[in-house]
Design a protein around this ligand. Sequence first.
Ligand code: MF3
Ligand code: CO
Ligand code: CO
Length: 266
Amino acid sequence: MSVEIKSPKEIDLMRKVCRLAADTLLEVGDKIRAGMTTLDIDRVVHEHTLSQGARPAPLHYKGFPKSVCTSVNEIVCHGIPDGTVLRHGDIVNVDVTHVYEGFHGDTSATFYIGTPSSEARHVTEVARRSLDMGIAEVREGSRLGDVGAAIQEYVEAQGCSVVRDFVGHGIGRKFHDAPQVKHYGKRGTGERLRAGMTFTIEPMVNLGGWEIEVDPTDKWTVRTADGSLSAQFEHTVLVTREGVEILTARSRALRGSENVAALFVA
Ligand code: MF3
Ligand code: CO
Ligand code: CO
């Protein structure tokens, strides 16, 4: 399947929807705290998205029942908001996708609820950094295998593992489009990147092994097979002549996730 090259007009619309999604993630960071349920997070995302004139893409997508994915602790991705109460020490990934004027913007982050254990902090910071390592490979002429390899090498050197069963994806008028963006692989292989391509990079990093299990009852919730913690960060990016533009870059620090160094002081 060939990878779409966006026109300047389409790129402007991608910039717009991605900025709105990034702003909703900032709003989540401002609101998230211990005692809230993941359903409360769903309400924050749903309301904030509509207030921007956008729509939450997850709602009814392939039957997904809510407006956002909330993945707590050993949940890798696609957690369904419910009555689960966020507790001190939890980590939770909140994955926001907007649709606006026909285009999608997809971004996620892992938040700390109170003070994390050293394990929770490790897997979260490795996931955060691994996304940066992947993004650093993006430029016209490089290959998707370079992106995957950079992520995998870093994550494994830190003693963690990269989930294989879920990948980043092309994005635009479609939520999930070509290409598949693997977070593992070999340098010098895979699709060559060209200016005007837009896709997500969204490494899921496990503290233990990379194997996962999908909940047999709800068919959505993905958990680590060994019960270990999992963390994830996601950006939507644009390949440019100069390198990369992070379309879901945030206008300020993300509360509850970034700049929480104070939490780590003993
Ligand atoms: N936002 C997820 C991604 O990064 C996809 C969620 S699909 C849903 O690709 F249906 F669970 F919302
Ligand atoms: Co995505
Ligand atoms: Co997403």
